[in-house]
Design a protein around this ligand. Structure first.
Ligand code: NOJ
Length: 538
């Protein structure tokens, strides 16, 4: 093992979206006892860390990303005793657990906000960002993520409050030291319970540009991150948090940081900066989820990050999460080549530098969910956009097609445990529809078939763990035909060659070495089949 080995660089993280994982009590909603019941299969897969999407008390306007009590468990998911049981059962199996820390904003039902909105002068007023109207309108032209304006007017005190996300998610005022201390206190409280780290939600939005200036451009509601993303004070706040809470702890911290460049990621994750362990890389998913499938661009982005970050910083790598479509549906081929393309992305994820994060269901090749009516959708972004555009006079069918093509619910459908009714997820009515393809795409089928996607992930995870070069090695791109992504990971103990065919064509390529793993049973020496992936030892 490398001289500088670090557990969270070697770890493989599995993201559990509790609401859709496993329902133990038949109310149609996944829960904490449901996660406990399925820990063995995560252990079998070989992952090391579970990231739990928010399980705190919440009105669930944004599925738990609107927290009304940071120190209590949402009764729909269970109790604090269930949480402690989950932690103990996970630890007993050698699995660590990290929590989602959502502190750019709270819920409007949090007691801080209740207090804050009562009068202009109270101890909590300054916990949030309140401003007077300007010319009878919003204080600036910022648009929100889930609404037209990032401001809502509150009649009680005659001021607007800022919410980068929905109106039910008021932004905390991090300029107020009392807010920062509250956050540090909450973090220390969870760490004292024995959790193993945090995924920090929307963390590079916590600092807003001084004076809250207008975004550039004409018009009222301009969506741009220029004034609330990666502001210099963001780093000051992280360093303060690190010093106050994290410095003495050997925990995993990963920042969800939008619009990050390689240099920004280094600024967050370089060890001598004392901020976080890593930030998520999103440039690749942002590209293919919005612009489209382009192997050249994927190669260019990943190569730039691999080369730029080596020895300087660290990232969390993912191709799927609860905010994104399934990669097998949008970059792979979720019909003819579903198995092959799912295995190819497993190979890519587990052979790059950066801590790999799997999202529940990718290890069995789950595909995007599609629903027939707007009523079947839950995502606050989808529903708000639909309502706003229809209210503005647009054709409901046209708007529906548009919003469902981007809905985050595509990746949030319940986990497909088996081929029975509702995929074995619940005995009740699932909170969101189960993908009808669960009859064929499910864990049970995967477990029974030694060549399944699940077993491929399991073998690929084991290979990564046994091969320090795949964790710590230097990345080197190898010239190859356009459809292929070929690279080396060069470690102290030797190097690996990774060959991936990102296309639906068969492509000629001669690779040398000892084949360690491959997606196809009978690989041809000088040719790769559609979505074929191989890893060689050189
Ligand atoms: C990012 C989370 O991943 C997403 O689900 C949520 O809606 C926003 N942050 C707001 O918390």
């Amino acid at each position: 093992m490398s001289g500088n080995s670090v557990w969270w660089k070697e770890a493989i993280v599995y993201q559990v979206y509790p609401k859709s994982f496993y329902d133990s009590d038949g109310d149609g909603i996944g829960d904490l006892p449901g996660i406990i019941a399925k820990l063995d299969v995560l252990q079998q897969l070989g992952v090391d860390v579970i990231w739990l999407n928010p399980v705190y008390v919440s009105p669930e306007v944004d599925n738990g990303y609107d927290i009304s009590d940071y120190q209590a468990i949402n009764p729909k998911f269970g109790t604090m005793a269930d949480f402690e049981h989950l932690l103990a059962e996970a630890h007993r199996r050698g699995l660590r657990v990290i929590m989602d820390l959502v502190v750019n904003h709270t819920s409007d039902q949090h007691e801080w906000f209740h207090e804050s909105r009562t009068t202009r002068e109270n101890a909590y007023r300054d916990y949030f960002i309140w401003r007077d109207p300007v010319n009878g309108r919003e204080p600036n032209n910022w648009a929100g993520h889930f609404t037209q304006s990032a401001w809502s007017f509150d009649d009680a005190t005659g001021q607007y409050y800022l919410h980068i996300f929905s109106p039910q998610q008021p932004d905390l005022n991090w300029e107020n030291p009392a807010v920062r201390q509250e956050v540090q206190r909450i973090m220390a409280w969870w760490l004292a319970k024995g959790i193993d780290g945090f995924r920090l939600d929307a963390i590079n939005l916590i600092a807003k540009a001084p004076g809250l200036p207008d975004n550039r451009g004409d018009g009222r509601y301009i969506f741009s991150i220029e004034n609330f993303c990666n502001q210099p004070r963001f780093h000051d706040y992280l360093r303060e948090m690190n010093h106050a809470v994290l410095a003495q702890q050997d925990v995993l911290t990963v920042g969800e940081c939008a619009a990050l460049t390689v240099d920004d990621a280094i600024a967050v994750s370089a060890p001598d900066r004392h901020e976080l362990n890593m930030a998520f890389l999103f440039e690749h998913t942002d590209y293919y989820n919005t612009v489209g499938k382009d192997p050249q661009k994927l190669k260019e982005i990943l190569t730039r990050w691999q080369v730029g970050l080596h020895g300087r910083g660290w990232v969390g790598l993912a191709f799927n999460n609860h905010d994104q479509p399934r990669v097998v549906s949008c970059f792979g081929d979720d019909t003819r080549y579903r198995e092959e393309s799912a295995k190819l992305f497993a190979t890519l994820l587990l052979t790059l530098e950066g801590t790999p994060f799997l999202f529940q269901g990718e290890e069995i090749g789950m595909t995007n969910a599609v629903y027939a009516t707007i009523e079947e959708y839950n995502d606050v972004g989808t529903v708000n956009l639909y309502r706003e555009q229809v209210a503005a006079g647009a054709d409901p069918q046209v708007v529906f097609e548009r919003v469902r093509a981007t809905s985050r619910d595509r990746g949030r459908s319940p986990y497909q445990w088996d081929g029975s009714a509702d995929a074995g997820f619940t005995t009740g009515i699932p909170w969101i529809g189960v993908n009808p393809n669960h009859v064929a795409v499910n864990l049970q089928e995967n477990l029974d078939d030694p060549d399944s996607i699940f077993h491929y992930y399991r073998r690929m995870i084991a290979l990564r763990k046994a091969t320090p070069a795949l964790v710590y090695g230097r990345f080197e791109a190898v010239p190859a035909p356009d459809a292929l992504f070929v690279y080396r990971r060069i470690g102290d103990e030797g190097s690996c060659l990774v060959v991936l065919n990102l296309s639906e064509e068969s492509v000629e390529f001669a690779a040398e070495g000892t084949l360690l793993i491959g997606t196809h049973a009978q690989p041809e020496k000088n040719r790769l089949q559609p979505y074929e992936a191989r890893v060689y030892r050189e």
